[in-house]
Design a protein around this ligand. Sequence first.
Ligand SMILES: C[S@@+](CC[C@H](N)C(=O)[O-])C[C@H]1O[C@@H](n2cnc3c(N)ncnc32)[C@H](O)[C@@H]1O
Length: 290
Amino acid sequence: MISWQPQPTADGSFTFYSEVFGETFHSLQGAKAEAFVKFAQATELAQQAERGQIRLLDVCYGLGYNTAAAIETIWRSVPDCAIEVYGLELDASVPIAATHPPVIDAWIPAVQAMLRQLALHHHYQTSQLTATLLIGDARQTIQQLAPHVQADAILFDPFSPRRCPQLWTVEFFQQVAVRLAPTGKLATYSRSASVRSALMSTGLQIGTIPLDGRASPHEWSQGTTASFDASTLIPLSAMEQEHLQTRAAIPYRDPTLTDSAEQILARHQIEQQQSDRESTSSWRRRWGIH
Ligand SMILES: C[S@@+](CC[C@H](N)C(=O)[O-])C[C@H]1O[C@@H](n2cnc3c(N)ncnc32)[C@H](O)[C@@H]1O
């Protein structure tokens, strides 16, 4: 059994490191800050809460930070808003490990109670908050959600496309898109062109999450939002739009939703090699991205 060691991040909150995927679960610039900025704010939960009820779908629940930040954001805005959460997670040991100090200390007591109960029993219910955690490969567990379960916000947070391509494919996004309400919003930290084109292939419109002041020269965005209603999205810059014309925008595919990461990466590499689109390095040179 893996033991998860809390790793400090720059805002004082903690994350874990996955040996299997070779990545941390959050940005080292701040795990808690990432959950608020790239997920809760990007899906406009404070405004959405004014409707009085919100449904969240947390794809790759992990330590539960995105759900926790979403609940805190909603209740700060509308304290009696009713919330329904569905979380998808492969590894049940991760949410359990996140119920211990110092990791759990990041959250208000009501959210801590939910995180503990959900990690141990995969279900939590109070008069204001219902949460369900589905353990298994999200490619399959998402299909257990009833068709009427459409989320106002989808918090989309797998490991990176190179490490976990199976959750960034056209076919998985098709499953995800049917669970997004007509006025709902999806947010992800990925600004990758392959991810953006896969989202667009499902009929979703996409927007950007603009950089904040701390951006370094190789960055152009903090992530991506998607919705069926483009009016709530921040449009892509010209640079980001041109990125979608390059080879980097060839999406990952997983026709049966059962392929291994290696199979998906190999299929993607062949498609890129056969493409006559502009190379991504020439796009980078043109826009001075190092
Ligand atoms: C970047 S971390 C998510 C962090 C999380 N959102 C949080 O706030 O703590 C990615 C998560 O995806 C999970 N994961 C990996 N492959 C998966 C799969 N096929 N289905 C569902 N979850 C998966 C990992 O166990 C890990 O918890």
